[in-house]
Design a binder for this molecule. Structure first.
Ligand code: NAD
Length: 499
């Protein structure tokens, strides 16, 4: 059995707690490796070593830190195929999807090459007689990143990149479901020139996380995962006086207006609803066609597309649409929610409850499911399913459609499909959701903008990547200085004025 490690002080390091968590091959259902679960003592030692390494790293000038990011970009591109294969093997997503995961993370590392520009301070000359004022951005010290399973490369890179570029040391706690790629990335950072100890990877569960949250050394906590855990982490971290940003779950609605290009809308819904088996926080899980006629046309377009989806292991080639979900528990939970939809009266128009893949009967595959006539009181509407299930809620009017999205407790992403600029503009202005697509189904902002939801999809103030990340990972210090002038008119120096 392959035994995974932590990554501490520049090297893969065996766990000493004696506790392990199973890492599955989701396509076969077999345990493929054991991931060590750090004890509180191991986690504390990792934090202390990070604290010892941070001052020298923080004192390096931003341009020298940025050069490490530049080297990292080259190394990730060099190893892209190897990283993608390792990612798919543990997560189950297709190779093109795994490369997308890596690429969106890489783009944030590229953005971090601009750290010297981002960290420049403000300066006011002559704020008063002989008085100048300037602000500088200084690293927090040691920060923690606690990350989810669904983007094992992108999510850590979105946090580790800016945190390091700002001069912090980072203790990363990846998901215990797919920890290999974060470990490989830590090794690449060393090859890129990062000093040892500045980036520590501690594998673990609640014991490691709680140790990070209670450590007096940790100054900032970034979390990405489900909403209940995001809420927990945010309250515990902030109660301990730490800066925190915690990103949670989602239920993203796509509104389809009667004037939308229905083929385009249906294609977008299938990609955004079923890609990566629906295990994306920006997946569209609710379609809201406006008007009965729009709904009928949309369902007619969706059914054959959903039925045609190819569900298979990533090893079956690049034409696989999506692979297995991450664990057996996830599969059972998704199937349970699908059954609840049927029991509560929704119309299951594409039904794959008996889906099974020959040769992979024990794998965690879930066939694609499409529900019509879902209503807001149903569990499949209220809950984030995080699986290959698309629900159609028919709305009588645009107002009813926008109201549905606005009343939902989550506010990560949303989209509208229409040809009407006025409707699109009204939607973008009024909607209480963080990321909005207009004829774009998954509106993930690029690295130089920021990513974050509203309502129960985000706890904290500053978003992920972009300018917000440089604010989150630094503190502002403002200096007011006064130098009484010793220069007399005519340029002669008056030493007396300096007494
Ligand atoms: P999760 O909440 O189960 O786990 C996230 C992290 O928290 C993991 O590292 C896990 O080990 C840790 N954790 C779990 N339970 C804990 C506990 N009781 N105490 C302390 N730590 C705990 O989430 P997941 O299943 O890995 O990821 C899927 C979720 O992440 C979905 O809800 C998805 O929407 C969300 N997500 C959100 C975003 C975003 O930017 N908003 C991005 C990606 C994923």
């Amino acid at each position: 059995m392959n035994e995974l490690t932590h990554f501490l002080n520049g090297a893969m390091t065996n766990g000493t707690s004696g506790r392990f968590s199973d890492v599955f091959n989701p396509a076969t259902g077999e345990v493929q490796s054991k991931c060590p679960m750090a004890s509180a003592a191991e986690t504390t030692a990792a934090i202390e070593d990070a604290a010892a390494a941070q001052p020298a790293w923080g004192a390096r000038n931003p341009q020298r830190r940025a050069r490490v990011m530049m080297a990292m970009v080259g190394l990730m591109n060099r190893d892209m195929d190897k990283l993608a294969e390792a990612l798919s093997r543990e997560h189950g997503k297709t190779i093109p999807d795994a490369k997308g995961d890596l690429q969106r993370g890489l783009e944030v590392i590229e953005y971090c090459i601009g750290a010297p520009q981002m960290l420049k301070g403000d300066y006011t000359d002559d704020a008063g007689p002989g008085i100048d004022m300037y602000s500088m951005r200084q690293p927090l010290g040691v920060v923690a990143s606690i990350m989810p399973f669904n983007f094992p490369a992108m999510m850590p890179l979105w946090h580790v990149g800016p945190a390091l570029a700002c001069g912090n040391a980072v203790v990363l706690k990846p998901s215990e479901r797919d920890p290999s790629v974060p470990l490989m990335l830590a090794e690449l950072f060393i090859e890129a020139g990062l000093p040892k100890g500045v980036f520590q990877v501690v594998n673990g569960d609640k014991e490691a996380v709680d140790t990070l949250l209670d450590s007096e050394i940790i100054q900032g906590v970034s979390f990405v995962g489900s909403t209940p855990i995001a809420q927990y982490i945010y309250s515990r971290a902030t109660a301990n006086g730490k800066r925190a940003q915690c990103f949670g779950g989602a239920k993203n609605h796509m509104i389809v207006m009667p004037d939308a290009d229905m083929d385009q809308a249906a294609d977008a819904l299938v990609g955004a609803g079923f890609g990566a088996a629906g295990e994306r926080c920006m997946a569209v899980s609710v379609a809201v066609p406006v008007g009965e006629e729009t709904a009928d046309r949309l369902i007619e377009k969706l059914v054959p597309r959903v039925e045609k989806l190819r569900v298979a292991p990533y090893t079956d080639g690049d034409d696989v649409d999506y692979g297995p979900v991450v664990t057996r528990e996830a599969k059972e939970r998704i199937l349970g929610l699908i059954q609840s939809g049927v029991d509560q009266g929704a119309d299951l128009v594409v039904d794959n409850r008996n889906f099974s893949l020959q040769g992979y009967e024990d794998g965690f595959f879930v066939g694609p499911h499409l529900f019509d006539r879902v209503t807001p009181d149903m569990d499949i509407y209220k809950t984030e399913i995080f699986g290959p299930v698309l629900s159609c809620v028919r709305a009588g009017s645009y107002e009813e459609a926008i109201g549905l999205a606005m009343d939902h407790e989550y506010g990560n992403g949303t989209a509208i499909y229409t040809r009407d600029g006025d409707t699109a503009r009204d939607f973008a202005h009024r909607i209480n959701i963080g990321m909005v697509g207009i004829n774009v189904p998954i509106p993930v902002p690029l690295a130089y903008h920021t990513f974050g939801g509203w309502k129960k999809s985000m706890f904290g103030d500053l978003n992920q990547h972009g300018p917000d990340s440089f604010k989150f990972y630094t503190r502002t210090k403002t200096v007011t200085s006064r130098w009484p002038s010793g220069i007399k008119e005519g340029g002669e120096f008056n030493f007396k004025a300096m007494d």
